[in-house]
Design a protein around this ligand. Structure first.
Ligand SMILES: Nc1ncnc2c1ncn2[C@@H]1O[C@H](COP(=O)(O)OP(=O)(O)OP(=O)(O)O)[C@@H](O)[C@H]1O
Ligand SMILES: [Mg+2]
Length: 272
């Protein structure tokens, strides 16, 4: 349970003048489900891309571990499954053909990939759509295809960028229970989400990222105890100090109504 599989140490990642991550250190172990939470542009996707070897750190190091030996993180790709922010499916291929193409590239026999795909597709209530071309798929259907594709080579580590975004209530529940089950069976899941109630329910550990830095890293209960908060959303606000964006709904409604009236007046419309 304590085996570290992925590690970033004092990582900074810049894109020209933009510093997406600054001095980020974190470890990810076998059998844990870790949630990356943070606002838009906080650096979650950048961290996930560093963890799958797609980006190189500008400074600091990103390492993987195979049987306790440190390796270049890129060498972990055989054991890592990724659901990226943009699913990148081939529109003319069916869902299964997309998955098959990916698993063939990973040297997985078709029968093995199919057995895995069919099993998980049933769980996601997606088996009847597997032979449809992905052109015209809804966002949730694309998301499910990408998840099945990531699972098809039997990865030890799953990196998921907002995997429940766009899913209906039942499918999101399925994905949550799938993620939890993978963790309980010894797999590692690292995933970004904006849904704090979900993170509290599913994750063993939460890493709060704010403006490219890690503000907190711990079990959901510990983060709540540390801030004396009753739920993770309040703890998140306490750690990030993101108070300006957390007015009460009534205050927000008032602000929106005033802005709307100003806009209408400017356009010469009614202010009602
Ligand atoms: N390839 C890139 N080129 C330029 N800037 C980038 C690139 N990738 C990320 N950034 C910048 O790095 C910062 C962090 O972006 P990132 O996508 O990691 O945020 P995020 O936490 O995933 O946000 P969201 O919740 O909106 O998905 C942003 O300012 C973003 O514009
Ligand atoms: Mg993102």
């Amino acid at each position: 349970m304590n085996d570290v599989l992925l590690e970033v140490d004092s990582v900074t990642k810049s894109f020209g003048d933009i510093v997406a991550l600054s001095g980020v250190s974190a470890e990810f172990r076998a059998g844990e489900v870790v949630g990356l939470v943070g606002g838009n542009g906080a650096g979650k996707t950048t961290l996930l891309r560093l963890l799958c070897g797609l980006y190189r750190p500008t400074s600091g190091s990103a390492k993987g571990f195979i049987e306790g030996q440190s390796v270049d993180i890129y060498k972990m790709r055989d054991v890592v499954g990724v659901v990226p922010e943009a699913t990148g499916l081939y529109a003319r291929l069916t869902a299964w053909e997309n998955i098959q193409y990916h698993s063939r590239l990973n040297g997985i026999p078709d029968e093995v990939a199919w057995t895995r795909t069919e099993r998980f597709a049933k769980l996601l209530d997606f088996d009847s759509d597997l032979h449809r071309p992905t052109r015209g798929f809804s966002r949730g259907m694309r998301q499910k295809t990408a998840l099945l594709r990531a699972l098809s080579h039997g990865p030890k580590i799953l990196l998921l960028d907002e995997p429940t975004g766009g899913l209906d209530v039942t499918s999101a529940r399925m994905v949550r229970s799938l993620v939890r089950r993978l963790g309980d069976e010894g797999g590692t899941v690292i995933y970004s989400t904006h849904n704090l109630a979900e993170a509290q329910q599913v994750c063993d550990r939460i890493v709060i990222i704010h403006n490219g830095t890690v503000r907190a890293d711990g079990a959901p209960e510990d983060l709540m105890t540390e801030t004396n908060c009753e739920n993770l959303e309040e703890a998140y606000v306490a750690f990030t100090g993101d108070v300006a964006r957390t007015n009460s709904p009534v205050e927000d409604e008032g602000r929106i109504a005033r802005a709307w009236r100003r806009l209408l007046t400017k356009r010469g419309g009614s202010s009602e």
